[in-house]
Design a protein around this ligand. Structure first.
Ligand SMILES: Cc1cc2nc3c(=O)[nH]c(=O)nc-3n(C[C@H](O)[C@H](O)[C@H](O)COP(=O)(O)OP(=O)(O)OC[C@H]3O[C@@H](n4cnc5c(N)ncnc54)[C@H](O)[C@@H]3O)c2cc1C
Length: 478
């Protein structure tokens, strides 16, 4: 019986620059390409991500067919399914691209050992990061805990990543095995269908490449300054494509270098964009070395923080009904499109943790369910960064003022007007603080506070003082 190669797809839903796929095809024997939906795992895809996954797998299916390869879909315990497939089909080689979530590392390590004892050769590959988390260490050999030295001393001296691998071409041998039907997985919401606003996205590697091209041509110039403006198109919006592995970070790196070499783009903008990719690397570095990052305060002093955890306030935040226009605009953008701008992610996270004194875990959970790019490393590290409990975190006493943040980063009010249309007719100077409007201004703008738009659920100054008092409490408890 002829030997078979198995390629297990996970967060690498692409053909281009895919080391595990290339290695699997190189054996020159029939290939099984399998994706397993394993919802028993912690942090399995949230509601929004299921939508993306459906479309991404569908796009990949089309790409694989051009190589005469079939995408086999299975649902259940991933280790058991891979082991069974290996036994049933005389699999001699298994390849996968690495995942870095703690549970995935434990699962993969165990499965690798099991398969190896059964005589199967298993190889894992890096398709997701510029550098493996264990390749970057301080002089003492430990992990970095501060971003700037991590990036400047740990990553940049290693130079550019390897050139991307070409997309495989030609026709490959495969074997026909039973697959689930993607539609039967019911990943798309139906009753109600809350995903209609997601049609701004094109999941899959064609969509990822288009998004990168669009960013290089229209967003990169001015990125360093304008990336903070949620009203302007100066960020790449590549995060979900990156999370699902539809484009590699090495590919982004080299395409950006090539574009900048041929066009008039400042090094400042290019380097700043690369450093944001560096924050992603840093988050993965932290998660790898501190696997409790998604669930526990990195700084344990925060364990004693006196959270208020008010359910009504949490709901007002989730629904974009806090009475603070920049917060509400962002939360509605998230609900409608499955994505939120980085500046407003920081503002809404700060508002939840500091103004409402609601534990960051409630924020990560909501983001997990509603973000298309929900990513365990980035989400956990970022929430802890805002909370002040994380590595290299923003100090707790840095409390974003939602009024001045709105005025500074949405100066013409375009962002708020798009997502909070009931305030659209207010003049710019009142848009970020409608409670200061005179009755005549409210009347002319058709705004009835408490009816068409809520009063602020907390007073900014009172909330700020309460947050700082909580911080004093943990400082004393130390
Ligand atoms: C509270 C909070 C939660 C977040 N949750 C997530 C999450 O679940 N998934 C996620 O991918 N990002 C998360 N981020 C980081 C960041 O907001 C997004 O990566 C970014 O907004 C995505 O938009 P973009 O692709 O246009 O970014 P760009 O500005 O174009 O950056 C390019 C890429 O760099 C990476 N990146 C940029 N900023 C950061 C950052 N601060 N930390 C880590 N990586 C970064 C992303 O992969 C991004 O796609 C979170 C930030 C905050 C403050």
């Amino acid at each position: 019986m002829q030997g078979v190669t198995l390629y297990w797809l996970r967060q690498d839903l692409r053909l281009h620059d895919n080391p595990a796929l290339c290695a699997a095809l190189a054996h020159n024997q029939p290939v099984i390409v399998v994706y397993v939906l394993d919802e028993s795992a912690d942090w399995s895809p949230g509601g929004a991500q299921k939508w993306w996954l459906h479309h991404s797998l569908s796009a990949l299916q089309t790409g694989l067919e051009k190589l005469n390869l079939k995408l086999t879909l299975k649902r259940g315990d991933s280790s058991q399914i891979i082991e069974k497939l290996a036994q049933q089909h005389n699999v001699t080689h298994v390849h996968w691209n690495r995942c870095y979530e703690p549970q995935a590392i434990a699962r993969d390590t165990e499965l690798k050992q099991k398969l190896q004892t059964q005589g199967v050769t298993v190889a894992s590959h890096n398709s997701a990061l510029l550098h493996e988390p264990w390749e970057i260490s301080t002089k003492d050999g430990g992990p970095y805990k501060v971003f700037t030295p991590f990036w400047r001393k740990g990553c940049l001296p290693k130079g550019a990543p390897a050139q991307p691998l070409a997309t495989p071409a030609g026709s490959y041998k495969t074997i026909d095995i039973t697959s689930d039907d993607l539609d039967q997985w019911q990943l798309l919401p139906t009753t109600p269908n809350w995903s209609t606003g997601f049609n701004v996205w094109q999941p899959g590697e064609v969509g990822a490449q288009q998004r990168l091209t669009d960013f290089l041509e229209n967003g990169l110039s001015g990125y360093k300054e304008l990336r903070n403006r949620p009203d302007l198109p100066h960020v790449s919006r590549l995060s979900a494509h990156l999370h699902f592995g539809e484009i590699s970070v090495a590919d982004i790196w080299h395409q950006t270098e090539a574009y900048c070499a041929a066009h008039d783009v400042s090094n400042t903008d290019k380097d700043h964009f690369f450093s944001e990719l560096g924050w992603r690397e840093f988050s993965y570095h932290l998660l790898y070395h501190f696997p409790t990052l998604p669930t526990e305060n990195w700084k344990s002093t925060f364990n004693d923080y006196p959270w208020a955890d008010d359910e009504g306030w949490l709901q007002a935040w989730q629904r974009g009904q806090t009475g603070y226009p920049i917060v509400d605009a962002a939360m509605r953008e998230l609900w409608t499109t499955g994505w939120m701008h980085n500046r407003t992610r920081m503002v809404v996270a700060s508002f939840l943790i500091k103004h409402l004194r609601i534990h960051w875990k409630h924020g990560t959970a909501w983001f997990w369910d509603t973000l298309l790019d929900a990513d365990l490393a980035n989400n956990s590290a970022s929430w802890q960064w805002v909370a002040g409990s994380g590595a290299d975190a923003s100090p707790y006493f840095r409390i974003f003022n939602p009024i001045t943040q709105g005025e500074k980063f949405d100066p013409k009010g375009d962002y708020v007007r798009q997502w909070v249309p009931e305030l659209a007719k207010l003049p710019n100077e009142l848009l970020h603080k409608p409670w200061e409007a005179a009755p005549i201004d409210l009347l002319q703008a058709g705004v009835k506070l408490g009816e068409t738009y809520p009063h602020p659920i907390v007073d900014h100054q009172t909330a700020r003082n309460a947050a700082l008092a909580g911080y004093e409490h943990i400082k004393k408890a130390r």
